[in-house]
Design a protein. Structure first.
Lengths: 426, 622
């Protein structure tokens, strides 16, 4: 009888050890739920450890008895007929009671954690309003007057209290490194809070939508930067302000800027739009998570569809001033807001005020650089299925409208200008 | 135990019943309907499996472009919908139909025509849901169809329409069948077949029928609301009109969680037949197995909101549903340990059926343990909607339901067809499935805990998920190989497998006293039952008449020769099912903006249905 079960048991034990050791190392698994980066994550992991412990004990016992049974009692030639037992009340009561006792050991910490994590957020928390959109994230900091998108800055050591809402369908707000998820429910406000560890100086983390929300559910990601309190204050102070670019306001509304009407491209070409001489000012910029400190897993590697991005030479010719003019009389302003550009007050798309201070674009899908930005303006829908952002490049195929963009499309030169403008919005 | 010597006596009765397409379209014989369910569900199994294969190929590596986002969303929606409603449920139905009358000593179900109607309704409902993927128009809202994503505001195409209509049609099939089986089990048991002598599969089926009756109305209400929203402009789920999306979630999961037990309990029942036979021991703790099945069914209605821990129900609701979910582990654990005790001390024969049965015990344990991990609400906040959950429910539904059904197919194939499945191919099938299953789903635990969300058509490189996804994809390919072996074995053995005889396994329950395949009248005379294991404990002549009385000229006597009245075959159930389906689907033309056509088809189908029903009710049964 001992011939068979032992190697199996050893394999089982090895598997368990492997499982635990895999769970222990975080580096290879950057989105791990086992990092104790907030007390919320730690509380959940404490529960998980209990569950894993009891689960492993039950697993090993049951499977060992099962394997032992089938080898010990396998039919042998000429064996006598087995004893016809019909049951054993004592045994059956025993294995009803033992799981019940184990469950008590799981239930008590569970309920304690439920009430602890769903209590009111501690006083002095930083409030963040999270608004889900198909398929991007809007973050508002009412205490700071900051509105941003897809990149969430949080101070280490201070509780962040999230009010979760959605503009359309259901979404779910999940940052695996910092704890569990909470759904965004239409016509409701949900709440979630956690306190990033005060030992953190600067970490970048991935967040993502965890409730299926349609075409680009997979592409609804965001970044989380937990930084020192002082750095956060610096970031927030700067983000609150108007776009550094375009200090002088536009004197008169550009012609043909009425939303819904095709922008007059020839206007731009002939330089009709009078703009103040606004060169990108070297205004003081606030803290931004240093690009050279970004870990690999927060740098998007999504392949860019071929033939979309402008070449470096075209991009280099981009003029921010004419870019602003083009932006300000194109469909852009129907959806996007740029504080400091009175033409741009849309609320459907992400706020672009400090776009260039973000490391990623399109909800964490692409790195935020001139190349990707130009491709995005040209044909966002080819880069992100179902995107509400229309295909704008002249002669581009719009995969949702199933047609080529003719009137109202932007030429490569115009796109380069707009990119130059957007890249200047530090 | 007076084991009834059951050699390859018994006559191979294949030729005594009529064949040909028409006989299958008009059949009201529960055994044939069972086979229809089995074959249809296997077809859908291959279909849903191919969908899974494409899903896994798309996820084999990061940023793959095999299918578009929309097609991927259709694929995962249809994979789930197909496997739940068109594979596991009808495979269970195949066994309900085939086995329940045989196990309780009845000549047919209570309502043979209604039974045929159930099958055809299921088939048409299944086609309404599955065929649109061929045109890229399949439902794409997930098998759970959360509002408001499935409302007209966010799903303008026809995709969700097919889902809403198809599921309602399928619900009719399930409900009609459930009432039929409950009536059959309550009223048509042979003399002496007390409830506590019923074979455990029939018991679990009995519990499942009540779950169907109580759970399906909830989803029907949810679907009717959605249908009215989509076609008639109501506002049950319209966000702009102030709807609360949790209405859908509660209704769906009040159905959805009992549905899990609707899927698993029949497999538990099958395994509870298989393990005793191949251990040569009675089921350990039969009464406790019955009660635990009932308790699982009962508690199954009190745990639905554990699917909703992340929606913010508040700490009290989260705690209550955590506790009820943990409670359900107790009767389930009892079942596992009683199965092991059934084998303990036995003479275990490792037939393919037994291997699948033993594997169910081992694999379901894993799924049960990960289930307990979800039951802890705060822990679930990290797990829900991640691949950890995908791993969990595939251990339960593949390692549990599908393995149990496979055990049942290998076990009952001889009774259904009169022939044995090839055991060598069977074992190849088992070991490929067993290895492939673990290779596919075990790594998903890690992917989930390392932050990979569900239902994503692609993922970025460098997230630490590549290895797990590669393993899962390899596993699915291996499953496909196993499935091919199984299908080959199934077809080949049905045609030319060795003749089985009445009781090839030495099994104890009543159905094995009958010839294989079973003649259309089942029992030449209704037996009197005095034991839970009649074939082990009773004498042969108490159960079946001697061969001299039931055969003539080397073949089984027909019902007519035995003087047994048989229900007439009739096409009416098929026509009624078809008209009911077209009546419901006529609303599709409302979506197309063609109200007159919708009215014409709808009213025409309704009148045809009414006429068919009158004809059905006024034509003689037998």
């Amino acid at each position: 009888m001992t011939r068979f079960p032992r190697p199996r048991l050893r394999a089982g034990a090895l598997l368990a050890i492997l499982a635990v050791s895999l769970a222990a190392c975080g580096g290879q698994y950057p989105n791990s739920t086992f990092l104790h980066w907030s007390e919320f994550a730690s509380d959940i992991d404490f529960l998980w450890d209990r569950l894993l412990l009891w689960g492993t004990i039950v697993f090993v016992l049951v499977e060992a008895v099962l394997i032992y049974t089938i080898f010990r009692f396998r039919a042998r030639p000429g064996a006598a007929e087995p004893k016809q037992t019909h049951g054993n009340t004592t045994l059956e009561i025993t294995w009803t009671v033992i799981p019940a006792i184990i469950l008590v050991f799981i239930a008590i910490p569970t309920i304690r954690t439920v009430f602890k994590t769903q209590a009111k957020a501690p006083a002095g928390a930083i409030e963040v309003e999270v608004i889900g959109h198909q398929w991007w994230w809007e973050f508002r900091y009412p205490q700071y007057g900051v509105v941003t998108a897809n990149e969430l800055y949080l101070p280490a050591g201070r509780t962040a209290s999230f009010a979760l809402k959605t503009k359309d369908v259901l979404h779910s707000f999940w940052i695996p490194n910092f704890g569990g998820k909470r759904d965004l429910i239409s016509n409701r406000t949900n709440y979630l809070w956690f306190t990033p560890n005060d030992t953190i100086t600067a970490v970048a983390s991935n967040g993502q939508c965890a409730e299926y929300c349609g075409d680009s559910h997979a592409n609804m990601k965001f970044r989380v930067y937990v930084v020192k309190a002082a750095d956060f204050e610096s970031w927030a102070a700067h983000q609150k302000g108007e776009a550094v670019f375009g200090v002088a306001p536009v004197a008169a509304p550009a012609p043909a800027a009425a939303p819904g009407k095709a922008p007059a491209r020839k206007g731009a070409a002939s330089g009709e739009v009078a703009l103040a001489d606004t060169t990108p000012a070297a205004a003081p910029t606030g803290y931004v998570f240093p690009a050279d400190k970004l870990p690999a897993h927060v740098i998007p590697q999504t392949p860019l569809p071929a033939g979309l991005a402008l070449d470096d030479a075209t991009l280099a010719k981009g003029n921010a001033d004419s870019g602003k003019a083009i932006y300000s009389r194109s469909t852009c302003i129907g959806c996007h807001a740029i504080s400091g550009n009175p033409m741009s007050m849309g609320i459907i798309g992400p706020n672009l005020t400090h776009l260039a201070s973000r490391h990623t674009m399109a909800a964490g899908l692409y790195p935020n650089d001139a190349k990707h930005l130009s491709a995005w303006i040209k044909n966002a829908r080819a880069m992100k299925p179902g995107s509400l952002m229309p295909t704008l490049g002249m002669e581009m195929w719009d995969p949702m409208m199933k047609m080529k963009v003719t009137t109202g499309g932007l030429t490569d030169a115009q796109i380069a200008d707009v990119v130059a403008y957007l890249r200047a919005l530090k | 135990m007076a084991t009834m010597a059951a050699p390859v006596s018994g006559v191979h009765a294949e030729s005594s019943s009529p064949s040909g397409i028409w006989s299958w379209l008009t059949t009201v014989d529960h055994k044939r309907i069972g086979i229809l369910y089995l074959v249809s569900a296997m077809f859908f199994f291959v279909w849903g499996g191919l969908e899974a294969l494409v899903i896994r190929l798309q996820l084999a590596g990061p940023n793959m472009g095999l299918v578009s986002a929309d097609m991927y969303n259709q694929l995962f929606t249809m994979h789930g919908t197909t496997m739940v409603f068109l594979v596991v449920m009808p495979l269970s139905s195949a066994f309900f139909n085939f086995l329940i009358p045989l196990q309780i000593g009845a000549r047919d179900v209570a309502f043979p025509r209604l039974n045929a109607f159930s099958y055809w309704v299921f088939l048409f409902g299944g086609l309404v849901i599955t065929l649109p993927i061929l045109f890229g128009l399949a439902p794409n809202g997930g098998w759970f169809g959360y509002a408001p994503l499935t409302t007209k505001a966010y799903a303008t195409g026809y995709n969700i329409d097919y889902w809403v209509l198809g599921l309602q049609i399928l619900g009719v099939a399930s409900l009609a069948a459930a009432f039929n089986f409950i009536t059959t089990i309550i009223n048509m048991r042979a003399p002496g077949m007390h409830l506590m002598r019923m074979p455990i599969f029939t018991w679990m089926s009995f519990v499942v029928q009540f779950l169907v009756i109580l759970a399906f109305p909830a989803i029907t209400v949810a679907l009717v609301f959605l249908m009215f929203d989509r076609f008639f402009g109501t506002n049950f789920y319209t966000i702009a009109a102030g709807a609360d999306p949790l209405l859908w979630q509660h209704l769906f999961w009040i159905f959805g969680h009992p549905e899990v037990y609707i899927l698993i309990l029949p497999a538990f029942g099958l395994v509870s037949e298989v393990l005793p036979t191949f251990s040569k021991k009675p089921l350990f703790g039969y009464p406790v197995m019955v009660y635990s099945g009932m308790l699982i069914g009962f508690l199954g209605f009190g745990v639905w909101a554990h699917h909703m821990f992340s929606v913010g129900m508040g700490p009290v609701a989260d705690s209550v549903f955590s506790l009820t979910t943990m409670l359900i582990a107790i009767p389930t654990g009892v079942k596992i340990l009683n199965w092991i005790s059934t084998m303990w001390g036995g003479n275990i024969r490792f037939t393919t059926s037994m291997l699948f049965g033993i594997a169910l015990v081992g694999l379901f344990t894993i799924g049960g343990i990960s289930g307990i991990m979800h039951s802890s609400a705060p822990a679930d906040l990290q797990q829900t909607d991640s691949y950890f959950v995908v791993a969990h429910f595939h251990y339960v539904l593949f390692g549990g339901a599908v393995f149990g059904i496979m055990a049942g197919i290998y076990y009952y194939f001889p009774k259904m067809t009169g022939r044995m499945l090839d055991e060598t191919l069977g074992k190849i099938h088992f070991w490929t499935f067993f290895i492939a299953m673990n290779l596919t789903f075990f790594p998903m635990h890690f992917a989930g805990l390392y932050g990979m969300p569900r239902r994503i058509y692609t993922y970025d490189a460098g997230q630490g998920w590549e290895l797990f996804n590669k393993l899962s994809t390899a596993g699915v390919i291996l499953q496909g190989v196993g499935m091919l072996v199984f299908l080959y074995n199934f077809i080949k053995s049905w045609r030319s497998g060795p003749v089985a005889g009445n009781n090839p396994w030495g099994a104890p329950t009543l159905e094995w006293a009958l010839p294989s395949p079973v003649p259309d009248y089942n029992f030449a005379h209704i037996p009197t039952i005095t034991s839970r294991y009649p074939l082990w404990d009773q004498k042969a002549d108490e159960l079946v008449k001697s061969e001299a009385e039931t055969t003539v000229g080397g073949r089984l006597k027909t019902a007519k020769e035995l003087g047994i009245p048989m229900p007439f075959p009739t096409i009416r159930p098929l026509i009624a099912a078809l008209l009911m389906s077209t009546m419901l689907c006529s609303v599709l033309f409302i979506h197309a903006g063609n109200l007159p056509l919708a009215m014409t088809i709808g009213i025409g189908s309704f009148l045809g249905l009414a006429f068919t029903l009158v004809s059905w009710l006024t034509s003689p049964l037998e």
